[in-house]
Design a protein around this ligand. Structure first.
Ligand code: XCC
Length: 650
């Protein structure tokens, strides 16, 4: 159980540190002076939050309710239909998993359609950019590459991906089955959690959790895990096909934090998740520098927030403005001319703040609009045209801002990112060209590094913004853990300078330091600047890259994933996608820490399924710990247990 009891977890938010990001703190001060409200204030206004909802024992599945579990015995101990607390908690969590799977997978579907239409010649603004990746993916999913043009192959690959969304027969999803170990396949078949298609897994879960269907918490959670594996499938499709369309990331050097905004330039912030539009904006912006200059600007400054920011960071070196919690603060600088958003993690609050400035919020997707904002219906057939229209709107907005003062915190840090699995293996190949992954597993077997930790997930204002990410990362680095990251977690570390080589000297333990030094020396010709403390693997769908790393380690070590010294942490998780990713990681056999409490404390049975039964069945399990130092200790212990079981003595 978490070392901080529930009652002490949420202190009076007015009296606690709200962020550890100095740029965010500066903006919060300015917001206070000007009486501008943001998520930080709304979080405080929501306190105390409903304890029933917080613990997951509020059922809103039918409208006889809401029902709450109010007592241990008697009629108030159950919902009106007789649902026990454990049924209510498991239904709520499983529906969150289905929600997360829907979000990631719908994004993947969008990319698959774009690739298909590009390869069929129906859209002109996209093409197969990375033919080698296309071939690797095709071979992996069992499609012959022989004698096919890139477009022919792309049609087959995208059709196979789309099949994973709607298959009506009982074979497991191709993308899932093509990337996992034999041990995992057997486990998923034995437990009947292998999804046959993404859409079906989600629909089945919505049915299973309808009133009067499944009351068995184990069965419901296992159904939830099926949607988590559907989520994994959708994430992998998103990653693979985005690489095919836009290129597989390679190391890039850039910067992060609000200081990347430039008062004298047209500032366009891309925010959301889907690279179809953001990458086009980035590509087109280069051609439109002259128009920006003609309007009196020094040029166009692009930057990113959340995962669409990570996508363009990884492929084009676009700097990071900030991460989820502080998205409104970027607008408060007064420097953002256009914030263009697509789907997921866009706070509607950005619109209200933009009204106090000249900033235009531009929504672009049919399923993601914000009342009062500009809507440029994005359509792949006219992607370049849409991107140009948005950039012109930003130039117009710049003209209205010209001459006004901006309040940009001059805080930013150097970032080395762009570590797709391919890029990471290329680094290792400098030390072992035959079997690159062995560089990592050998270092673990020699006791030089303690294992690998994946940092993923969001910000959640239940914890001081970014604090859990940074504290856990520093603690694990000190304990010689090799760090990889995605999502807003990697952005938290980027803003704080932990994706810069200097951080290695400052925070890594001796073993990790010597490992990274060897790696850096061997790659000096390609990366003269050195290597970061954490390897940024991309957006949240790119957790698939980290899963592949773990699978490669398992295959190299000759064991299944439950024996691999690999842990995951979502230090400040908040979204349904985080629940889904977490469920998938656990099913894969990975000890998975969550630093902010999901709504499951209302049932000790469900809590036990997540933390203990999962471990017995899948080898992976959840560690819920809200204290970041204690969390790091638990993660290190999980790695140590695995290395000890492998007979590795440090
Ligand atoms: Fe959203 Fe991916 Fe979470 Fe960040 S990490 S707050 S989900 S952007 Ni995915």
């Amino acid at each position: 159980t978490p070392s901080v009891p529930r009652k002490e977890r949420i202190k009076d938010p007015k009296n606690v540190m709200r962020s550890v990001d100095p740029a965010a703190l500066l903006m919060l001060e300015k917001a206070k002076e000007k009486n501008l409200l943001s998520a930080y204030d709304r979080f405080a206004a929501q306190q105390p939050q409903c304890a029933f909802g917080y613990e997951g024992i509020c059922c809103r599945i039918c409208f006889q309710g809401p029902c709450r579990i109010k007592s241990e015995e008697g009629p108030g101990s159950k919902g009106i239909c007789g649902a026990h607390g454990y049924t209510i908690v498991s239904r709520n969590v499983a529906r969150m998993m289905a929600g997360g799977a829907s979000a990631h997978s719908d994004h993947g579907r969008h990319i698959a359609h774009a690739l298909l239409h590009a390869a069929e010649g129906k859209i002109a603004d996209y093409k197969v950019t990375d033919v080698e990746k296309l071939k690797r993916v095709a071979e992996r999913v069992g499609i012959s590459t022989e004698g096919k043009t890139a477009n022919e192959l792309a049609i087959e690959v995208s059709q196979a991906a789309l099949e994973d969304f709607g298959r009506q027969t009982d074979e497991p999803c191709t993308w899932l089955w093509s990337y996992i170990t034999e041990g995992r396949k057997k486990k998923f078949e034995d437990c009947n959690i292998a999804p046959t298609s993404i859409d079906r897994a989600v629909v089945a879960m919505m049915h299973q959790t309808h009133i009067g269907v499944d009351a068995d918490p184990v069965n419901i959670i296992f159904g939830g895990l099926k949607t988590s594996l559907a989520d994994y499938t959708g994430m992998h499709i998103s990653t693979d096909l985005s690489d095919v369309l836009f290129g597989t990331p390679k190391p890039v050097i850039t910067e992060a934090n609000l200081g990347v905004l430039k008062a004298d330039k047209v500032n366009i912030v891309v925010h959301g998740h889907n690279p179809l539009l953001s990458q086009t904006v980035v590509n087109v912006a280069k051609e439109m520098e002259a128009e920006a200059k003609a309007a009196g600007a020094a040029g166009i400054q692009l930057s990113g927030i959340c995962c669409t920011g990570n996508e363009v960071l990884m492929r084009s070196g676009v700097p990071i403005a900030t991460n989820f919690a502080s998205q409104e603060l970027a607008i408060m600088t007064g420097a953002v001319d256009v914030m263009v958003v697509d789907v997921q993690c866009i706070m509607p609050g950005v619109r209200a703040i933009s009204e106090c400035f000249h900033t235009k919020i531009v929504t672009t997707m049919d399923n993601s609009k914000i009342p009062g904002s500009y809507h440029y219906a994005f359509d792949e057939h006219h992607a370049v045209e849409s991107a140009k229209g948005i950039i012109r709107l930003a130039i117009e907005a710049f003209k209205t801002r010209k001459g006004k003062t901006c309040e940009i915190p001059q805080i930013k840090n150097k970032v080395i990112a762009g570590f797709s699995l391919e890029a990471l293996l290329e680094l290792f190949a400098a030390l072992n060209p035959e079997t690159p992954i062995k560089v990592l597993t050998d270092a673990i077997e020699a006791g030089e590094i303690a294992g690998v930790a994946l940092f993923a997930g969001c910000n959640n204002l239940e914890a001081p913004h970014d604090n859990n990410h940074l504290t856990i990362a520093k603690e694990l680095a000190k304990n010689n853990v090799f760090l990889v990251g995605t999502g807003c977690s990697a952005q938290a570390l980027a803003k704080a300078g932990l994706l810069a080589p200097e951080a290695v000297e400052e925070y890594a333990g001796e073993g990790l330091k010597s490992f990274l030094k060897k790696l850096a020396d061997a790659n000096k010709d390609k990366l003269a600047d050195g290597l970061p403390l954490m390897f940024h693997m991309g957006s949240c769908v790119d957790n698939s890259r980290a899963h592949d790393l773990c699978t490669m380690m398992a295959e190299q070590m000759g064991v299944d994933i439950p024996k691999v010294p690999f842990v995951a942490t979502a230090p400040e998780a908040m979204s349904e996608k985080a629940v889904s990713i977490g469920g998938g990681a656990v099913a894969m056999g990975i000890p998975t820490h969550v630093g902010t409490m999901p709504p499951i404390e209302g049932s000790s049975l469900v809590y036990g399924i997540a933390t203990q039964i999962a471990s017995d069945v899948y080898g992976g399990y959840f560690i819920f710990e809200t204290d970041p130092v204690a969390a790091a200790t638990k993660l290190t212990a999980a790695l140590d247990y695995r290395t000890w079981k492998l007979g590795i003595h440090k």
